[in-house]
Design a protein. Structure first.
Length: 286
């Protein structure tokens, strides 16, 4: 018997489904990392309460779903009864009049969810917007580094970092230009000591940490401006940041890479990131 449990607090989801999610930590870095962040600050991603769901079968957690409106619902990897459990989850969401702009999750789970949702809501017209690969690193290969060094971004870097965050959002995420939003994000990233720069006579590449978990963390926002590409700066930045994170605190680092970008996939492989599986972003018509 499949059961859906609503949680008012993300710490409740971690207590109930955390062991299940941590069995596949890197593949679940998005829902698990969000749960840890929301446990610390329930309004971190907006003023509307998040949707926090554990999916149980025979009383044991087999998966979870997290949504921070108005963003897509995020699925974890389901460890059993994928089709049956997700069909039950969709029926539950429909019964609660949930409005979903899309779904993100491991490829098989996202595809099953989108098919079930489209069957119940024909106007949803699911459209795959991005196919991602999930990578994990537990060691860093001995790759040659470009000239320069890794350092934390400071507020002195803010004007340039805002433009680069905006450029990354447009190029990698397909979001519209929004410099004001990027300025706010850059302030937060710098204040939280998340944003790192590869500096070679000035900033030439960036990468950012995000979604820390109990013993792992994700790397994102890897961006090099066009005029500085093909010089090894991104490789050096990500390799050095990953090595720093693994040596100082964490046992693994994870990241997502767009499968349509063979350059980034190649870079991560050379550094020591191992592909674990595929994930999909699917949008629904609204």
């Amino acid at each position: 018997m499949v059961e859906i449990i609503h949680h008012a607090d993300a710490s409740e989801l971690i207590a109930l489904a955390g062991t299940c999610l941590e069995a596949h930590k890197s593949e679940n870095n998005l829902p698990l990392g969000l749960a840890y962040a929301l446990a610390e600050d329930p309004l971190r991603y907006g003023s509307e309460p998040p949707l926090l769901l554990s999916v149980l079968e025979q009383g044991s957690a087999i998966g979870a779903a997290v949504m921070t409106p108005p963003r897509r619902i995020i699925l974890s990897k389901f460890v059993a009864n994928v089709e049956g459990a997700i069909a039950h989850l969709v029926r539950h969401l429909l019964a609660t009049d949930a409005s979903l702009p899309g779904v993100v999750g491991p490829a098989s789970e996202a595809q099953v969810f989108a098919a079930c949702w489209a069957e119940a809501v024909p106007s949803a017209a699911p459209k795959e917007t991005m196919r991602l690969r999930v990578f994990e690193a537990r060691t860093v290969a001995d790759v040659p580094l470009a000239a320069g060094a890794l350092r934390l971004a400071s507020m002195d870097d803010h004007p340039l970092m805002a433009h680069w965050v905006d450029a990354f959002s447009q190029e990698a995420l397909g979001e519209p230009a929004d410099l004001d939003k990027a300025k706010e994000s850059a302030v937060r990233f710098i204040a939280d000591k998340q944003l790192y720069i590869w500096d070679c006579n000035g900033p030439v590449s960036i990468a950012k940490t995000t979604r820390p978990m109990r013993n792992g963390i994700s790397v994102t926002a890897v961006y090099t401006p066009p005029e500085q590409r093909s010089k090894g700066y991104a490789t050096s930045c990500v390799a050095s940041l990953t090595k720093k994170l693994l040596s100082e605190r964490y046992s693994f680092c994870s990241l997502f890479a767009d499968q349509a970008n063979p350059t980034s996939n190649s870079i991560y492989g050379k550094i020591g990131y191992v592909p674990l599986g595929d994930a999909l972003e699917i949008d629904f018509a609204t």
